[in-house]
Design a protein around this ligand. Structure first.
Ligand code: ZN
Length: 375
């Protein structure tokens, strides 16, 4: 009996030392308070322990969304001073992420920064009073911004399908579905679309948008096509920027690069011959292996989860990928020159299945990324 009691005590001790420690270290937001300062609104978010990470705030109209991973919030943490200062704060937990939705009519770009290890200050001001502060916090997540590029747009319709569809419409529809699914699967990740309507965006501008948004991943979505239609070639393939000696890859790159003919000035594009491509690839050498991993994951998941055939990962010179300062890929979803592929990729089911598979690929990629960056 004594032995049993001792054993139970020992077990309680072990369990409490494992879990107790975790509890003690758990991050709790203990108070959210606000105050007006001249024209600025300052919201102070205080925690019981060091706030390891937080995401850059996102503003959409009156709503500002803040996300703090691995955090919880105490009941009654939101102080009456918030309402008094003209901001309402609603909180919810999505998986392990604490999401604070702040609503206010105070204008300006929100800025979130540390004020000591255990608190953050959100500042809002009328003329974005801090010059936009391009300096990114080093505390933000590795995969905090994913940029999705819907190929073509506006006057540049892209490939025309055997069923009459335009590539530009398919790519936009998949990009939006992918964005919504990423929001659901990774609530802490911000998604930037290079276009969300039927407008023409110059190729150089697309990676410029990605770089300005401090993207950690650039995904350009396209549809493949053969010069003669209908054609029996089918399936999906993913490209990374690298010199290649494959004629098929060169043909795909030439077709996608032809978008520059709609641009007012093409002089900004150096001819992407073998030598220039080596230079462009060298500029991406620090992250090309990540581009390759994402490409492999996408091929694996999309061919497994959809009716599309796996044509593998290829490499070629795409203008749209050249300027990216982050891992990047170009995904050719399906052949619009093939009747079955065109029907599949034009359908809502096909597009949903492709976007779902891409999210699974991103999930695998994100795990690998974290592992290799020691997180
Ligand atoms: Zn395209």
């Amino acid at each position: 009996m004594v032995t049993l009691r001792l054993a139970v005590l020992a077990l309680v001790f072990v369990v409490s030392s494992i879990f107790g420690k975790g509890q003690e270290g758990a991050l709790h937001i203990t108070s959210v308070s606000a105050a007006k300062q001249n024209n600025d609104l300052r919201v102070v978010i205080a925690a019981n322990t060091t706030i390891e990470a937080f995401q850059k705030p996102e503003r959409s109209g009156k709503v500002i969304v803040l996300r703090i991973p691995n955090a919880d919030i105490d009941l009654h943490a939101v102080q009456p001073s918030c309402a008094a200062a003209g901001i309402t704060v609603r909180t919810e937990r999505i998986r392990n992420i604490l999401v604070l939705r702040c609503t206010t009519t105070v204008p300006g770009e929100p800025r979130l920064e540390r004020s000591g290890p255990t608190s953050l200050v959100l500042t809002l001001g009328p003329q974005g009073s801090h010059n936009g502060s391009p300096e990114q916090s080093t505390d933000t997540w590795d995969l905090d911004v994913i940029v999705i590029d819907a190929g073509h747009g506006g006057v540049d319709v892209g490939a025309e399908g055997v069923n009459g569809v335009y590539e530009k419409n398919i790519t936009l529809s998949i990009a939006k579905r992918l964005r919504d699914k990423i929001h659901k699967a990774f609530p802490a990740t911000k998604v930037v679309l290079t276009r969300d309507d039927d407008t023409f965006i110059e190729l150089y501008r697309r990676t410029q948008i990605a770089n300005e948004a401090n993207g950690k991943l650039f995904i350009s979505i396209h549809c493949n096509s053969m010069p003669t239609k209908p054609h029996k070639a089918r399936g999906c393939e993913t490209y990374i920027l690298r010199p290649g000696r494959n004629d098929d890859a060169a043909r795909v790159a030439a077709r996608e690069n032809a978008s520059v003919k709609f641009e007012s000035s093409t002089s900004r594009y150096a001819k992407l011959d073998e030598e220039q491509l080596i230079v462009a690839t060298l500029a991406q050498r620090s992250f090309v292996r990540f581009s390759e991993r994402l490409a492999t994951s996408i091929q694996h998941e999309v061919s497994k989860g959809t009716g599309l055939k796996d044509r593998g990962v290829s490499q070629a010179g795409f203008y749209v990928l050249v300027g990216a300062s982050m891992p990047n890929i170009l995904f050719e979803t399906a052949f619009l020159s093939n009747e079955e592929d065109a029907r599949y990729i034009s359908s809502a089911e096909g597009q949903e299945a492709v976007a779902d598979a891409m999210v699974r690929a991103l999930s695998t990629y994100s795990r690998e990324w974290k592992r290799s960056s020691g997180r």
